[in-house]
Design a protein around this ligand. Structure first.
Ligand SMILES: [Zn+2]
Length: 243
């Protein structure tokens, strides 16, 4: 199984190009998907879209359009690209930096918004979809009348303004169970996973997370909550963008 090397990296911004080799290639529905000996690409998952980028091979440059994690970590280099592939030959892989940086800013903002919604309105995040233009977070909130969009935006932007460090650590799950800054239900994580990759925004949020993040909240820039809409009883969908 391919290792997810992006998990070793924090912050997730400005990823460097890296050398690798192509281990295997397969064509699915006309698209060629390659497995690399080492890859720092983020595969689609957890509400965060996949990295895009490029692969410099002997035969030329291919664009990486998608990355998916199944049994292998596979990189989609599009159609008509299978002819130039030589297994075991060296390649240089580059992650699209702008796309990764925006997604990292959006994703870190999501931690701050989810934390503030919990602190202010006892609203628990039940899902999210991160995007380049806009991101949505679904929040379960018993008393929807308590929700205040302006207050939420103010508290989040205040946290961004404060320049709070965002750090990564490995923690045993037993160390997290009684910490009030941990807002996710740890029981939902697979029981066999004991050591967790944890992202901490000091004083605001502690969250087991496999996504990519900035190193300091200041890097998010300010956010704007565009829309809040009902998703049925006890559920709100909050949509925001980066300013
Ligand atoms: Zn995260």
């Amino acid at each position: 199984m391919s290792d997810l090397l992006h998990l070793m990296q924090h912050p997730g911004t400005n990823p460097k190009s890296f050398s690798s080799t192509i281990c295997s290639a397969e064509v699915v529905d006309g698209d060629t998907w390659v497995e690399l000996s080492e890859s720092f690409f983020y595969p689609s998952g957890g509400g965060q879209p996949a990295d895009h980028g490029s692969l410099e091979m002997e035969s030329g440059l291919s664009v990486i359009l998608d990355v998916q994690k199944g049994e292998k970590l596979l990189h989609n280099i599009g159609s008509n690209e299978s002819d130039g592939i030589k297994l075991e030959s060296p390649v240089i892989a580059s992650i699209d930096i702008n796309r990764r940086n925006v997604l990292s800013r959006m994703h870190t903002a999501q931690h701050l918004i989810s934390a503030a919604a919990d602190e202010l309105f006892s609203g628990r995040t039940i899902g999210n979809q991160i995007g380049l233009e806009k991101t949505r977070i679904d929040i379960g909130i018993e008393d929807r009348s308590a929700f205040d969009k302006e207050l939420l935006q103010e508290v989040v932007n205040d946290g961004i303004d404060q320049g709070i460090p965002v750090t990564m650590s490995q923690e045993h799950r037993s160390e997290l169970t009684s910490n009030p800054l941990v807002r996710v239900n740890l029981d939902l994580l697979p029981k066999n996973v004991q050591e967790l990759r944890v992202i901490t925004i000091e004083g605001r949020d502690i969250c087991p997370c496999a996504g990519t993040h900035v190193a300091n909240t200041k890097e998010i820039g300010l956010i704007k909550i565009n829309k809040v809409k009902s998703k049925g009883a006890g559920k709100l969908r909050v949509e925001y963008s980066l300013l």
